[in-house]
Write a protein that binds this ligand. Structure first.
Ligand code: C5P
Length: 399
């Protein structure tokens, strides 16, 4: 049944900007149609029938050389077995054997079949050859079945994320990042809190982009509705004090920290242990400052580390952001304009100004949050390399 999702995967890949060609086995065409695949791919589908018909035309060689990545979605237990034993009797396995540069499998099968020692051994063999896997995921099996388990093909969106990961240059390999995201909640009784509308999207985009570029990432997230991203260690917190503890504990081992979280600046001086009853008249909540995480990190920062923050101001943005950058000992700060429609809370887009410790300012213009994330990471990459070169030169002088 997962084969019915293949046209959607092709469409999502094209939306993400990739050039695609579709190939389908005869079995797959019993579940989805050649027309649906051709429309979604925007071109003819390579089938076993075409492969056999084109005498002298080596379609498998052409596909293997053309593609940067061969995505097999859905992949069956039989497909994995054929590939792991080097059988090249159908177009897809022949393409693998013909030297496909990179292969990503998205398996879909009954959980028993996935767990069977034969499948386990085949997956191990393919991994040893450098093949990659996405899923299977936990979920209900074929429609109307009560059975559930590990065997569902990952959703097209997730497969696209893995494609992006495999096609991204790993320029941050060996670097470790801490990224904070989302709001914090400062409780004044067990069920009421002070917070802000931060969605967490900007911080998650930075964490995911850093992961795709090969960094090891710790995401410290306030409450958000976003799912935990794969390949990233996620620590969920609520209050600023919890975020402070989670980040400071790991800071000394990080190469870079990006504080994208909208940390509350104040917290109630006291948190009642019971819900405060409703009363007539004015009620006062006494507020005290939260620990300033970024200022503390700025204080502890070692010569090779890079620190980035965000600033959101409704007026005098540049002056205030520059003052924050200096006071908190940051390398760069991204200034948000909450009154601009394209950088509002919860949006998928942002439009920021990047201010640097060396006085440089760069406006990004309106970009997706992912593109803003990439821009920030380009700068952090450069700053880390500069600092490293500086440290090496220092060492050279003293030794
Ligand atoms: O001082 P202000 O809150 O405007 O600074 C914003 C930057 O400082 C953001 O990067 C935010 O994550 C960080 N911050 C912090 N701890 C706080 C408040 C803000 O790390 N208590």
């Amino acid at each position: 049944m997962a084969a019915m999702k293949s046209p959607f995967l092709l469409r999502r890949l094209r939306e993400a900007g990739y050039l695609v060609r579709a190939a389908a086995s005869d079995r797959a065409l019993a579940f989805t149609t050649e027309t649906a695949l051709a429309v979604a791919a925007g071109g003819a589908v390579a089938t076993d029938a075409r492969w056999f018909a084109a005498a002298g035309d080596a379609l498998h060689i052409d596909l293997a050389r053309w593609a940067d990545l061969l995505v097999i979605a859905p992949a069956t237990a039989a497909g994995l077995a054929r590939a792991a034993s080097g059988l090249a009797e159908d177009l897809i396995t022949a393409t693998i054997l013909a030297g496909a540069r990179k292969v990503l499998w998205a398996p879909a099968m009954n959980p028993e079949m996935w767990h069977h020692p034969a499948t386990r051994a085949n997956v191990e063999t393919l991994k040893e050859w450098g093949h990659a896997f996405v899923g299977p995921e936990h979920g209900a099996m074929a429609a109307a079945s009560e059975e559930s388990g590990l065997g569902r093909m990952s959703e097209p969106e997730t497969i696209v994320e893995h494609v992006r990961y495999h096609l991204t240059t790993k320029d941050l390999e060996g670097r470790s990042f801490i990224v904070s995201a989302g709001p914090t909640r400062e409780y004044f009784d067990p069920v009421r809190f002070i917070s802000n509308p931060s969605s967490g999207k900007m911080g998650y985009a930075i964490a995911e982009a850093a992961r795709d570029r090969g960094a090891q990432v710790l995401l410290v997230s306030g409450p958000t509705t976003l799912p935990d991203p794969w390949g990233i260690e996620v620590v969920r917190v609520e209050r600023a004090e919890e975020m402070y503890a989670a980040i400071t504990e790991r800071f000394s081992r990080a190469n870079a920290v990006v504080m994208a979280a909208a940390v509350a600046d104040w917290q109630p001086a006291h948190t009642a242990s019971e819900k405060t009853p409703k009363k007539k008249g004015v009620n006062m909540v006494e507020l005290v400052p939260t620990p300033d995480i970024l200022a503390e990190l700025g204080h502890r920062k070692k010569p090779g580390q890079v620190l980035a923050g965000f600033a959101m101001e409704t007026r005098e943005g540049r002056e205030r952001a520059r003052a924050k950058l200096e006071r908190k000992n940051l390398d760069l700060i991204a200034l948000n304009f909450p009154t601009r429609s394209d950088s509002a809370f919860g949006s998928d887009y942002n439009n920021v100004e990047l201010l640097f410790a060396n006085g440089h300012v760069e406006a990004t213009g309106r970009l997706s949050k992912r593109a803003v994330a990439e821009r920030i990471l380009d700068h952090i990459h450069e700053l880390l390399s500069e600092k490293e070169a500086g440290l090496n030169a220092e060492q050279g002088k003293t030794s």
